[in-house]
Design a protein around this ligand. Structure first.
Ligand SMILES: CC(C)(COP(=O)(O)OP(=O)(O)OC[C@H]1O[C@@H](n2cnc3c(N)ncnc32)[C@H](O)[C@@H]1OP(=O)(O)O)[C@@H](O)C(=O)NCCC(=O)NCCS
Length: 163
């Protein structure tokens, strides 16, 4: 299998990130719009914002092609808590380690900046079963849920990766 590398996103990655969101298979139109909006916040802050700015975004590349991305960042008003806001890998090359490489890259950044944990929210719906299996397999623990959070019958599930 060819090597997957990560780097901070740049303006020219925007169309690839838009495609990753739209082809992911489980994001609603609203989620696709918001996912790209927060990437735009990051890109709009310019190249100096880096991992300390709002919504740092990384892309994963394989053979020169963007095959995944994630937006994360330090959670305001916390000591050592970081958030994973969005993650998606190319729908045509799932289960090839791209998601794992992205999470590890984020963990490395957070750890280097004093982070102690990475937190995320996801849906408890059946549609997200594969996504939750991914978090279970990459070091996250399910630490609770709120029923009917997103809509009736659609709970939020909180995952935490501590190191
Ligand atoms: C979640 C997602 C990012 C995972 O990306 P990926 O590149 O396929 O993940 P990886 O290949 O690194 O998977 C690592 C491990 O997680 C587990 N895993 C990943 N996807 C899985 C699935 N659909 N079912 C069961 N286990 C899964 C496996 O243990 C896998 O290791 P293995 O393939 O060696 O068995 C990808 O499925 C995706 O983009 N989903 C749609 C968008 C989404 O749901 N984003 C998160 C919103 S909260």
């Amino acid at each position: 299998m060819s090597l997957v590398t990560t780097r901070l996103a740049a303006a020219h990655d925007r169309p690839a990130i838009d495609r990753l969101l739209r082809e992911a298979g489980n994001f609603s139109e609203e989620e696709c719009i918001i996912g790209l909006e927060i990437v735009d916040v990051y890109l709009g802050e310019g190249p100096t914002s880096g991992v300390n700015g709002d919504y740092p975004t990384v892309v994963a590349e394989r053979e020169g092609r963007v095959v995944g991305y994630a937006t994360f960042g330090h959670t305001p008003m916390t000591e050592g808590t970081w958030h994973l806001y969005f993650i998606a890998s190319d729908v045509t090359i799932r289960r090839a380690g791209i998601g794992r490489v992205l999470c590890q890259a984020i963990r490395d950044v957070a750890m280097a900046l004093g982070g102690k944990r990475l937190v995320l929210e996801t849906s408890g719906r059946e549609l997200y079963g594969g996504t939750r299996a991914f978090y279970d397999a990459t070091g996250f623990k399910d630490e609770g849920r709120i029923e009917d959070y997103y809509s009736p019958g659609d709970p939020v599930v909180y995952y935490v990766w501590r190191w």
